[in-house]
Design a protein around this ligand. Structure first.
Ligand SMILES: [Zn+2]
Length: 158
């Protein structure tokens, strides 16, 4: 059975379960601080299984799907012992999200929610959602010049 990756014309190469929503794009724009190289465009494929969000990036949809599939298998199987994910560590998240210390998968609702860190710098998307017009302008401007942005790192940027 063939299955299309939503928002693309690509047919999925991997046997994704029916209950996993699969979407992608040829020219996703990734916001990244200038200190980390600035914004770039990439092909991407992403899925939203319960409790997490997995995304693969690559020069082509096929490569992005391969990267996403690898993450999916890691999420599905963890370290292969059959034990549930965990323990988790926050790695900077205070909103209950954390990374499994065994397989590294990022998951939601696995840690207690912490008080906000007053020193944390919100990213441009968070600022835009909070009503910061300058941040919104930066995002829209970046998306508008997507054709001029460099291609992302080959392989998986995450
Ligand atoms: Zn795990």
């Amino acid at each position: 059975m063939t299955r299309l990756i939503d928002h693309t014309t690509a047919t999925a190469c991997h046997p994704w379960p029916d209950d996993v929503y699969l979407q992608g794009g040829e020219h996703g724009v990734v916001m990244r601080p200038d200190s980390a190289g600035g914004p770039y465009t990439t092909a991407f494929v992403e899925i939203f299984p319960l409790g997490t969000f997995l995304r693969g990036e690559g020069p082509t949809i096929e490569a992005a799907e391969d990267a996403c599939w690898k993450k999916y298998l890691t999420w599905r199987d963890c370290d292969g012992t059959g034990e549930p994910h965990g323990p988790f560590e926050a790695r900077g998240y205070a909103n209950g999200c954390g990374h499994c210390t065994r397989c590294g998968t990022w998951m939601t609702g696995v840690l207690p929610v912490q008080p906000a860190d007053p020193d944390r710098e919100p990213g441009p998307l968070e600022n835009a959602l909070l009503g910061d017009d300058e941040a919104l302008g930066e995002i829209l401007g970046t998306v508008a010049r997507a054709d001029d942005l460099p291609d992302g790192p080959r392989g998986d940027a995450a």
